[in-house]
Each structure stands twice: as structure tokens, then as C-alpha cells.
Design a protein around this ligand. Structure first.
Ligand code: DCT
Ligand code: MG
Length: 513
């Protein structure tokens, strides 16, 4: 703070001067108040600079002629990052880290769009080869290079070690609220930022720490800034206390209930799970009925020990019918998570021939063994040679089963009960309802299914986005299609898929994006 005091008077003078020179030009209505642009004259020349300033003002941007206190974005042309820094240091404007330093290409993109565009990495002037960042003493130069962080999470290795949980929690609450409002664009924007912060190998303590990182637009910066300053985000708090959000959060925690059903119930005036349960006029699907019946068990998370126990049951049952079948646990547990909301399994048969009846045989046996509380089998809708789906969150076409299994828990020690309490031991529930997804894949699609079902969801989305935008390929849980060569790329392992995409291999536990 003290550092800021000295230049304040000169800011004031310069600002007044700036306003005078601005008032000489025609006055235009300012449409975008959030950013104040300053264009560097160095290597650009006065004529071009005046022309560009006038153009931006005409389009509703606020442009200052002088480097005043209110400037947020500095635009330079044909100047390298060190050159801009040198020039700025000569301007005695105090803390220069508060400026966004941008190449003229950002300015041009704004003019073309007729509105401010995100200051993405490609537009930013940044340190190369780990040159010290703005105002950082030599001893504090971090070994982390923000400009090298990819916007795609499939090019980042993200373990479960999250140094920025208080930021990512706030951002994910905001994202979830947008999901409930079916605003997919804002939802993904917040999820992408959270994902970048999960990757950082250090906790963010100042805005400078996120400088140069991708996916740090104005909306998300506001949340981050507040968490840095206040320790929490008032906007995320507001969401947590919002009546609609609270109801949707409860409704969607029921198996079989999505945003659409929540919307319907909310419009009917229902607010809590208890109210929905009590309303006997509602028509519930079979899935939702099971969701309410086993609600308490299903909202309590599945532990790794429970996942291992269920895994044994699944493997034993599958192998009764197909001894050579490969049964793999996927989803969060494959990424090393210690808890989950369900357990996801992939089943494939490496031998010749497929058994379309396998899934039916498995659930029939569980029914006989009184292990099956619910099941919904979806038959395969895969069509040979079909092009991969371009939809980012599309469901795949594998035959699958959404089930609820009865997992018996260690026997209760009857002697620990006082006989005078007269507890009927037959009524003591000695099992827990567990959500299980079983997915059957043809062997030649197994690697793609494994990659897709291992997640995380964000990692999968970015893989597909990367394939589309950087490789002109289409990826889904079944296949990878090269649009330029017009061929399907075969893969027998996840490593081969990464190689087809020209990506470094990322281990499952590094996919917690
Ligand atoms: N997936 C998919 N297609 C679907 C559903 C899921 O490709 N129709 C992918 C995305 C992530 C992965 O499968 C597992 O999905 P979830 O079980 O929803 O996620 P998770 O990471 O296992 O998280 P959780 O611990 O909550 O189960
Ligand atoms: Mg899961």
C-alpha cells in the first residue's frame, strides 16, 4: 500500500491531463466500463496510435491518452515483453503488475468483435524462458511458467492434490448454479477456471499468481479476487443461500432426477426432498422411486473399501458366465479418489464373439441372490462405422446397466445389544444400497471406452475439444476419426489414443481436472 502513495499525485496530474486531451476528441458513449485501454506509442508512431484510439472510442471502449491510474489494459505493437516492461519501469506508475499487457492482436480482435474479448494467453505479452515476472525480486522468481499452461486440461497433469480448494469450491458452486439455470456457457467457463486452479502447484495468494494463465476472464477473476481478499466469495455464498439453488441441489441429489425434473417440481412450489416425498400426486419414474427408497444410503458416499467389495462381486458374477472377461473399475476410483457417488465398471471380452446376453445373465443372477435393488438395462445403439459424436456431453451408445446393489456390511455383533431393548435383529439393516454402472464394450472399442469412462468429466470434454480444434479429429467413447484422412484410428490402449492425438500420455491419477 505504501508503495502506492508516492505516485498518486502524479497519477492525479496525468489523469487530468489525460481527460483534457480526451475531451479534445469527439466524445463517444462508453459501452464497456470494465476496462480502460492505453495504447503504447513506442514503435507504433503517433498517427497510427491516434487512429487506433479514435477507432476504439467510436466502438464504445474507454481509451486513455495517458497512462493514468484507471488504465487496466496496455496494448503494444512490435514490442517484446521485456521492452514493454523497460518502458513501463521508466514511467514511475507504481505497481505495474495490475496491468494486462497485451499485443495489438488482442486489440484488433476486440475491434473486430465490437466488444472486449478475453485476454487469452495468445494475446498476452509474457515472460519467455522464465524471465522474472513483473516486480518480482530475483530471489522470489518462481519456477512456474504461466504462459506454458495449456487451456486444455488434457495437456495438464492434475492430481488430487488441490492447493486451491477454497477457490475451486467457490467456482464450482457458481458453475453448478449456472448448470441449474441451464446456462452451459457460463457453467463451462467456471469449470474450466476451477480446473486450471486445481492444476497449479502452489496456492494462489495474490492476483499476480494467476497472471498469464488461461481461462481467467473477468467474471471468474472477480470471484478469485474476492476469495484472495476476503477468504470467501460473497457471490458463491449468495448462491448457497439462494432458495432455487438449495432446492435444485436437493432434488438433483436424488437418483434419476435431473435439472428438468427439478425445474418442474420447483415451479410446482416444492422446495425440499421431504416435500416431494410427501406429495402423493406426483408421477415418479421407476428410477426416481428407487432414488427415494434408498435416498439416505445413496447420498452417503461410496468408500474405496466398498468399491473394492463391489468390484469382487462384479468380477465373480461376470466370470461365472465369461471366464476370460476383463472387468475394470473406471470413473473416480480409477483416478485414485477415495470416495465417489457411484462405482463405474467396464466389461469386455477379449476372446472372439460377443455375448449380448451377458448383462442380462448377470442381473438375473443378482436378482436370484437377492442382491439387486434396482436395474435399468439400456441396449446398445451403436451402429457400425458411425462417426463419433461431436456433442461434448453426449451419452455413448454402449449397452449398459444403471443398477443399485445391496452390499452386505460386516455382521452386527448381537451381544452388544441389551436384550431388554428388545431389538428385532431381523430389522437391523445389515446392507447398504450402492449405485453401480456397468458398461459393456466390444473389445476393439475398449481403449476408447476406458479413456472416456475414466474421466474426469472435464478431462474428457477437453480431450474432445482438443481433438476437434487442434487435430481436426472427432473423439468419443467409441472411436477417433481423422477428418482430414477420413479414417478411423484404431487403438488397443489409452497410450495409443494419446499418441494419435499427438499428446503426452497422462496417467489416470493425473486426470483429476
Ligand atoms: N461418463 C461418460 N458418459 C456418461 C457418463 C459418464 O463418458 N454417460 C464419463 C465421465 C466421467 C466418468 O464417465 C465417470 O462418471 P461419474 O461416475 O459421473 O464421475 P466420477 O468421476 O466417477 O465421479 P464420482 O466419484 O462422483 O462417481
Ligand atoms: Mg463414478
Amino acid at each position: 500500500m505504501d508503495r502506492m502513495k508516492a505516485p498518486a499525485a502524479s497519477y492525479q496530474r496525468k489523469r487530468q491531463k489525460g481527460m483534457n486531451s480526451q475531451s479534445l476528441s469527439c466524445s463517444y458513449e462508453v459501452k464497456f466500463n470494465k476496462l480502460v485501454i492505453f495504447i503504447m506509442q513506442r514503435k507504433m508512431g503517433m498517427t497510427r496510435r491516434t487512429f487506433l484510439m479514435e477507432l476504439a472510442r467510436r466502438k464504445g471502449f474507454r481509451v486513455e491518452s495517458e497512462l493514468s491510474e484507471s488504465v487496466t489494459h496496455i496494448v503494444a505493437e512490435n514490442n517484446s515483453y521485456p521492452e514493454v516492461l523497460d518502458w513501463l519501469r521508466g514511467q514511475s506508475v507504481g505497481d505495474i503488475s495490475r496491468f494486462e499487457l497485451l499485443d495489438i492482436s488482442w486489440f484488433t480482435a476486440c475491434m473486430e468483435a465490437g466488444r472486449p474479448v478475453d485476454a487469452e494467453t495468445k494475446y498476452r505479452l509474457m515472460e519467455k524462458d522464465r524471465a522474472p515476472p513483473l516486480n518480482t525480486p530475483e530471489s522470489e522468481v518462481p519456477l512456474f511458467n504461466a504462459s506454458k499452461v495449456s487451456q486444455y486440461s488434457c495437456q495438464r497433469k492434475t492430481t488430487l492434490n488441490n492447493y486451491n480448494k477454497k477457490f475451486t469450491d467457490a467456482l464450482e458452486i457458481m458453475a453448478e448454479n449456472y448448470e441449474f439455470k441451464e446456462n452451459e456457457i457460463f457453467c463451462l467457463e467456471f469449470l474450466r477456471t476451477a480446473s486450471v486452479l486445481k492444476f497449479l502447484p502452489f496456492p494462489v495468494t495474490r492476483m499476480k499468481d494467476i497472471q498469464g494463465l488461461p481461462c481467467m476472464g473477468d467474471r471468474v477473476r472477480d470471484v478469485i479476487e474476492e476469495v484472495i481478499e476476503e477468504g470467501e466469495s460473497s457471490r458463491a455464498e449468495e448462491v448457497l443461500n439462494d432458495e432455487r439453488y438449495k432446492s435444485f441441489k436437493q432434488f438433483t441429489s436424488v437418483f434419476g432426477v435431473g435439472v428438468k425434473t427439478s425445474e418442474k417440481w420447483y415451479r410446482m412450489g416444492l422446495r425440499t426432498v421431504e416435500e416431494v416425498k410427501a406429495d402423493k400426486t406426483l408421477k415418479l419414474s421407476k428410477m426416481q422411486k428407487a432414488g427415494f427408497l434408498y435416498y439416505e444410503d445413496l447420498v452417503s458416499c461410496v468408500s474405496k473399501a466398498e468399491a473394492d467389495a463391489v468390484s469382487l462381486i462384479v468380477k465373480n458374477t461376470v466370470c461365472t458366465f465369461l471366464p476370460d472377461a476383463l472387468v475394470t473399475i473406471t470413473g473416480g476410483f480409477r483416478r485414485g479418489k477415495k470416495i465417489g457417488h457411484d462405482i463405474d465398471f467396464l466389461i469386455t471380452n477379449p476372446g472372439p464373439g460377443e455375448d449380448d446376453e451377458l448383462l442380462h445373465k448377470v442381473v438375473d443372477l443378482w436378482k436370484k441372490q437377492d442382491l439387486l435393488l434396482y436395474c435399468d438395462i439400456i441396449e446398445s445403439t451403436f451402429v457400425k462405422e458411425q462417426l463419433p459424436s461431436r456433442k461434448v456431453d453426449a451419452m455413448d451408445n454402449f449397452q449398459k446397466c444403471f443398477a443399485i446393489l445391496k452390499l452386505y456390511q460386516p455382521k452386527v455383533d448381537k451381544s452388544s445389544y441389551n436384550t431388554s431393548e428388545k431389538i428385532d435383529m431381523a430389522e437391523v439393516k445389515d446392507w447398504k444400497a450402492i449405485r453401480v454402472d456397468l458398461v459393456i464394450t466390444p473389445f476393439e472399442q475398449y481403449a476408447y471406452a476406458l479413456l472416456g469412462w475414466t474421466g474426469s468429466r472435464q478431462f474428457g470434454r477437453d480431450l474432445r475439444r482438443y481433438a476437434t480444434h487442434e487435430r481436426k479429429m472427432i473423439l468419443d467413447n467409441h472411436a477417433l476419426y481423422d477428418r482430414r484422412k477420413r479414417i478411423f484410428l484404431k487403438a488397443g490402449s489409452e497410450e495409443e489414443i494419446f499418441a494419435h492425438l499427438g499428446l503426452d500420455y497422462v496417467e489416470p491419477w493425473e486426470r483429476n481436472a
